[in-house]
Design a protein around this ligand. Structure first.
Ligand code: G1P
Length: 274
């Protein structure tokens, strides 16, 4: 059983300035729900109720969101607005939250390593809340990754095909096909130029990592953009046949970009009110 899920949430969200000047980008709402709440719901649906968040400065609203708000609760108690809080109340009741802070922005790999203190020596999920994933009527993406983990007992990354001119925004994998939806990863490279990309299969913000990743991260020097990259540490696992890529069922919105954010907003608006 994988019960823990790590949410690296220390980034600045510069693409959304000025909205993110004084608040966490993970708290930006898609319709009426903050991005990170969608991610926590997906993790919980996959059986991960211990939610570990790596935060930074200006991120206090995340902690407040996953806590009771007595004055507000008292105020709307018994009114028809009360039902607007039912989902978040349910999450708070069913999950346990813990937090630690990343002091310097040294990359996703460093953020994940910062979370070691909350995770310990067990396999765990990772959700990048910027990537909003849905699979209407089917298992969520994290649930799909857990199923793959149960079979192979190694790290698992969610991948999807992206256009050639987009490969330089992602970790790109290549490997040996296991079946139509799974690949034994043999190599991966962080944000390659299109001419250096080994494929167009991009890692999206869902992972299951085995805990040996922490020692690998400690030994990983800064890579692309001077940051410690999770892709570089995963490559070492892949060289030992310990990473499977899963072409997930469902859809991902890149809410780290304005275009993707608006697409997700339209999609969820239609679903909620359309
Ligand atoms: C990170 C990872 C990258 C991955 C991407 C998924 O990049 O470094 O390998 O493909 O998330 O969203 P970022 O988007 O933080 O630059």
């Amino acid at each position: 059983m994988i019960t823990k899920c790590l949410f690296p949430a220390a980034g600045y969200g510069t693409r959304f300035l000025p909205a993110t000047k004084a608040q966490a980008k993970e708290m930006l709402p898609i319709v009426t729900k903050p991005l990170i709440q969608y991610g926590v719901e997906e993790a919980l649906a996959a059986g991960m109720s211990e939610i570990a968040v790596v935060t930074g400065r200006n991120k206090r609203a995340i902690e407040d969101h996953f806590d009771l708000t007595y004055e507000l609760e008292h105020q709307i108690s018994g009114t028809r607005r009360e039902q607007n809080l039912s989902e978040i109340r349910d999450l708070i009741r069913r999950c346990r939250f813990s937090y630690t802070r990343q002091q310097q922005m040294r990359g996703l790999g460093d953020a994940i390593l910062t979370g070691e203190t909350l995770i310990g020596d067990v396999p765990f999920g990772v959700v990048l809340a910027d990537d909003l994933c849905i699979n209407d009527g089917g298992d969520g993406v994290m649930t799909q990754l857990v199923q793959v983990y149960r079979k192979y007992r190694c790290s698992v990354v969610a991948v999807e095909e992206v256009p050639e001119d987009a490969v330089s925004s992602y970790g790109i994998v290549h490997g040996r096909k296991i079946d139509d939806h799974h690949l034994m990863v043999q190599g991966m490279v962080e944000k390659p130029a299109p001419e250096d990309a080994p494929s167009n299969l991009a890692i999206i913000g869902r992972y299951i990592l085995t805990p040996d990743i922490f020692d690998l991260l400690r030994a990983t020097p800064a890579g692309k953009n001077g940051e410690v990259q999770i892709t570089d540490a995963l490559r070492t696992q892949a060289e030992h046949g310990m990473v499977v890529a899963c072409c997930f069922a469902g859809r991902r919105f890149d809410c780290g970009s304005v275009d993707g954010f608006v697409e997700a907003t339209n999609y969820f608006y239609r679903r909620q009110f359309g």
